[in-house]
Design a protein around this ligand. Sequence first.
Ligand code: AMP
Ligand code: MG
Length: 343
Amino acid sequence: MNKKKLSIGFTAVLLVITIITLIPRKGTRLNEISGQTMGTIMYHVKVVGHPELDFEKSIDSLLVVFNQALSVYIPDSEISTFNQTGELSHPSELFTDVFERSQAVYERTDGAFDPTVGPLISIWGFGPDKTVIIPDSSIIDSVLLLVSMEKVDYENGLLTKDRNVQLDFGAIAKGQAVDEVGKWLERKGVQNYLVEIGGEVRCKGLNQDGRTWAIGIEDPTVSQFETRGLAIVNVQDRSLATSGNYRNYYKTEGQIYAHIIDPRTGYNARHNLLSASVFASDCMTADAFATAFMVLGLEESIQIVEDDSNLDAVFVFSSEGEIDVYVSTGITEIIELTETLAE
Ligand code: AMP
Ligand code: MG
């Protein structure tokens, strides 16, 4: 055997060994933790193997740091300070990451995703004060003047904004926190894991049985107090985030008002799209697009997803009184719809 052949053979053996050690053997121990973050949101982390890792404390403190940067409910957080003072010099990496991603999705969705939407959320009764008073159009028009990413500037390390403009990354923060936990696990050498915060998921590698992680998507048509599976997707090295108007809305005078607002009109996004489950390589991107798609509606969302190789989606929508599902071309092979929908 000549030297070259030998080295190719050796490399091949090494590669096989590496792949075998990366694939969890059947019955490998699963390390599971859960807790609460961002108020009352539950999180769950599954790590295959690594019994030596005491990751519970580290993940908790990582989430505390996260909230201290980005929670609008913490009065002295970085974002609250910016909202009060209108200026932030050299924001943290967490802040710049979410700001820059938000800006990109804002542009890609023609302003349907906009983290300055907070004042509109408040007047519709979805802010900290939950009093329901349907605002009249003059109030909406005056609040609309405060809403636009164009009113926030980031240049030479200095973030500034117009007075009264408020930033709130609530529509993307869960996804970003999921990524932060995932990246921390990867830095610790974990190759096979699943992180979930409030329904937003990121998974890497394989599960404890050496199979791809199977993630459920919920049926948005059941009542607020029930859950029913709509589909199972076998995901590898990808993230999933879901938005819908089915968990957070109120009904008054026969009309439904939901928590996702079109920042361009000031009114609730209202169309036949019931939920948007979005897949992307990172959870922050999936989370932002999921919210944006609930504003854009079915047709525009399908176009964006099919044009972008990083994105896939499952859209549940109503059509002539029936419930229908759109599955993007990139995931048709890895999705199993529940029986009622598969018919
Ligand atoms: P999600 O559950 O990720 O879809 O986020 C929904 C939350 O994002 C809402 O409760 C609002 O606080 C906020 N939000 C609503 N509409 C928008 C929008 N068009 N762009 C950005 N954030 C929004
Ligand atoms: Mg979202």
